[in-house]
Design a protein around this ligand. Sequence first.
Ligand code: C2O
Ligand code: CU
Length: 456
Amino acid sequence: MNLSRRSLLKSAAALAVFPTLARSAPLTLTAREGAQLIAPPGYPETDIWGFDGSVPGSPIHLQQGERVQRRLVNELPQATSVHWHGIRIDNAMDGVPGLTQEAVPSGATFDYDFIVPDAGTYWYHAHNKSVEQVARGLYGPLIVHESEAPDVEQDLVLMLDDWRLDPETAQITQDFDNGHDLSHAGRLGNLTTVNGAFDPSFPVQQNQRLRLRLVNAANARVFTVGLDGMSGWIVALDGMPLAEPIPIEDTFPLAPAQRADLLVDVLAAETASLFSQERDGAFGLARFVVAGQAASTPRAGVRPLPPNPLPELTDINNVPRHEMRLQGGAMRWLESARIGETELSGRELAQLGRFWALNGYAERPDDPFLDASPGSVHRIAFVNETVFPHAMHLHGHHFRLILPDGSLGPWRDTVLVERGETREIALVTDNPGNWLLHCHMLGHAASGMMSWYRVT
Ligand code: C2O
Ligand code: CU
């Protein structure tokens, strides 16, 4: 039989007979090589790996409650997978090789299909050899819009990253398994970008209100972000609205994988900027070039974003508390730790490129850190025994920070635990499945800081 598409479309009867031919092809997300200008003008383009060949990869925008369907097509020379970071997702779609699916080999495909229950700023990224694949550019924004969005003139996604480029050729250095990086702060770059470009500029008008969706897509860098020539509020963290927006009076940290949604008013007459405060001074991340006035005065006040359908979490006083000790790294070298049930010395571990451990395991253990029944409430205390900060991330659930006074803080999916610090969180384990729990400094995850919990 040889039916042309046109003859099929002409006949409604044919459509009924061949319904699969009438269905539209699935949307694809192709992981492949690409090249783009990452370094400042005058440098050559950088070879990257990107979703649909660019960094960031194709943006995905949808409404709260909608369904995401994407066929991952792997055209890379390595196996890969996609993790939809921060989405309270169906476990089978979480994208973790060896836990929720097999890594997708070169030339193969995998169909992702899930509902997004929460509005907010999320992102997707490769979750196989992440320390390399994310560093090469395999990430993109996943934005879920509220049915009633706040009143703004511009809604901008700003994905922050840092790259380690050869200063001559502008190519990504291939030292992803560099033992010094792995055992220290992780792979820090020598060039920062926003949306894959160095020092980009955005046209704005004075007294415009902007929604800035900041996403830290860097391998290891904690950005300490600040605003110049703009003022406003943090209205959401890690996708989840704050019950009370926080006025931005100073710089604030954004750890790898964390997001912050800001509502800001442009006050500057010429240029406003987003900057990062580093030890040796502030440097600009992006510029907002003012042309004209949108109004004679900025808007007054802000309203919280509409809440997401998160579980009730109020009483955390009589619930089990689980301690997770973060161990190892430079200056606190592991004496020993386990891989499976085998106890290895620090020296043996270092030879395997393992420098960190979570509760004595230098690799995701066979048994889960926490075995929880659906709907139960748990506290987890991250005890940082190392001299480096770690960005601890739970898949599958958001949790609430427990503030130093014992009260409940914001909902998050990634918590920054500073050196020597203990941070407690509380969560309702209402999403069944096997969920990863790891440090989002990707070199730390690759060299030992990887665990998991189970909800059954
Ligand atoms: Cu964005 Cu397992 O992480
Ligand atoms: Cu870490």
